[in-house]
Design a protein around this ligand. Sequence first.
Ligand SMILES: Nc1ncnc2c1ncn2[C@@H]1O[C@H](COP(=O)(O)OP(=O)(O)OP(=O)(O)O)[C@@H](O)[C@H]1O
Length: 332
Amino acid sequence: MTSTQATTPAVEFSAAGKTYGSVRALDGLTVSLQAGQTVALLGPNGAGKSTTLDLLLGLRNPDQGGRVRLFGTTPRQAVTDGRVGAMLQSGGLMDGVRVRELVALACGLHPRGHPTEQVLADAGLTGIAERMVGKLSGGQEQRVRFALATAGDSDLLVLDEPTTGMDVTARRSFWSAMRAQAAQGRTVLFATHYLEEADEVADRVLVLHRGRLLADGSAAEIKAMAGVRRVGFTLDAVPDGVLEAQLRALPGVTELELSGAVVRLRSADADATVHAVYALGLYPRDLEVTALGLEQAFVALTARADAPHPPGAEPAPATTTPSSPHRKAAAK
Ligand SMILES: Nc1ncnc2c1ncn2[C@@H]1O[C@H](COP(=O)(O)OP(=O)(O)OP(=O)(O)O)[C@@H](O)[C@H]1O
């Protein structure tokens, strides 16, 4: 890795947009990623994730006025210099060769290629290195794609839904291999629909929605941004006259589930809700106030962005937390 990494962002999008006909797939994305970060790119179908990765890899150019830079240079130059390894959804693998031959080819072509046997081992492919690529299962093909992405000493790894088609065990070993890559100082950017992966693996989470950056922060910060918390408690006894409707009417409550004396609710203002529970004369036991999971926070954030806005009011821009560089240890 070069010394420029310390100062130059690994990835920099400046007002990068992309329009396909009448579809605005990416709407002025401005974001930069520091070297060494592991970043998850989340978003509903059609949010612009693949378009973002295409621009990043120089497979498409941004519309006029936008710019993408990798390590201070153009994506194409960075790719040519072997600084980027990519694992994309699209693009078939060569069928008529053996796994070892294909991986050896990638290692040989990379300007800073690793030894073939090491790459095979790191991707968990040693045992199937003599198999024909065309005979592999979907999960095994993904491992080959991973091997091709890590065939050389790249500084940035770009992964588009890398664990699609993998079973739970394969996913776990994939992320452990990926962590090993990140531990060597590589920047990793991955798009995923598995929010638990983002929660477990990423230092930083970017949420795209309709081509815009809706949120940017650690997983914990994204959960907090959703603003909604879960509140649970048990009542000693449900006093006469306390009806579900009264609990539902407590300040902040957005959802309520009442099962006997056990109350589970979601609140946009948990402090006010809990205060009002006491004010009703209730005595909650085993009171718990917890943040939403990343998946629920994601659903809440994107639903809020989809909600109709008053005439003239624009949806809020990206909620970006100030705590860059988004350190996982501090966030979780
Ligand atoms: N080549 C293309 N021509 C026309 N429209 C396109 C093209 N590629 C993408 N789009 C449109 O641009 C928008 C963003 O697509 P993109 O594939 O980037 O989203 P995504 O977040 O990766 O979605 P998914 O999660 O479904 O893979 C979508 O509305 C899509 O239909």
